[in-house]
Design a protein around this ligand. Structure first.
Ligand code: SAH
Length: 248
């Protein structure tokens, strides 16, 4: 059981699999005023950068669950490297339906809300692992500007314009679910570049090392088309942010 291999190829060198820089992740950790010993649950934890760096910087403890075996292995190595392996654990598996026995002060899902069938379902899932008064973190795209056509929306790798909301509408939607938005940190075009453009060099190097791989023609096609697609669509129209929520 794993994610489609293309992601393990194109994002193998990423520590953060989202349009966030290390600085933005650190800003978010500081913004939450985390107390040492706070338990953090991270569904779709990727290569574990949130848990590992917040364990180092704020003394949190916690668990990450991710479907990619490669990313989970990278997360465990990162925890060793930062000297926090006794504070954080990484489980390889499907996070759909995952509820932790020990309730968390922070329950997060950054850039993987399909795990709970969408934003509302993921908030509901995370809430089951949260102690009273805890904070839910959701990382989710929104439209910076509404795409003028459905074709542009698909160029942003959305299924349709209706897949995402404008930022004020996304914030209002959290209220309708019964949550206060108590903090947020947003991506910007430069942090998007760190996520998207970093894939291109990874793909180029991978192609040089794996010319006969069954994915080579797919990776070649992506490397050719991705910079143009990204610049024309995602970079212009798609925002992304992490929203901190507390139940009203
Ligand atoms: N939150 C991480 C990773 C975001 S990318 C970060 O910000 O760096 C989305 C992640 O979701 C990937 O690591 C992918 O492997 C993971 N994923 C996808 N489907 C999943 C599922 N059903 N259960 C757990 N993880 C999943």
């Amino acid at each position: 059981m794993d994610i489609p291999r293309i992601f393990n190829v194109s994002e193998s060198a990423h520590r953060i699999h989202n349009p966030f820089t290390p600085e933005k992740l650190a800003t978010l950790g500081a913004a939450l005023r985390l107390e040492s010993g706070t338990r953090v649950l991270d569904l779709g934890s990727g290569s574990g950068e949130l848990l590992c760096t917040w364990a180092r910087d704020h003394g949190v403890v916690g668990t990450g669950v991710d479907l990619s075996e490669l990313f989970t292995e990278q997360a465990r190595r990162r925890a060793e490297g930062l000297g926090v392996a006794d504070r954080v654990e990484f489980i390889h598996g499907d996070a759909a339906g995952f509820v932790s026995d020990e309730k968390a002060g922070v329950a997060a899902c950054l850039g993987a809300t399909w795990i709970g069938g969408g934003v509302a379902g993921t908030i509901g899932l995370l809430a089951q692992s949260l102690r009273p008064g805890g904070i839910i973190l959701v990382g989710e795209p929104y439209w910076r500007k509404l795409p003028p056509t459905e074709e542009v929306a698909r160029g942003c790798l959305a299924g349709s314009v209706s897949d995402f909301l404008l930022l004020p509408d996304l914030l209002a939607s959290f209220g309708r679910l019964g949550y206060d938005v108590v903090e947020m940190v947003l991506a910007d075009q430069d942090s998007w570049d760190r996520y998207e453009a970093a894939k291109w060099l990874t793909m180029r190097r991978w192609l040089e090392d794996n010319p006969d791989d069954e994915l080579a023609s797919d990776v070649r096609a992506r490397l050719t088309s991705e910079p143009g697609r990204y610049a024309a669509c995602t970079r212009e129209y798609l925002g992304w942010g992490v929203f901190a929520l507390m139940a009203r």
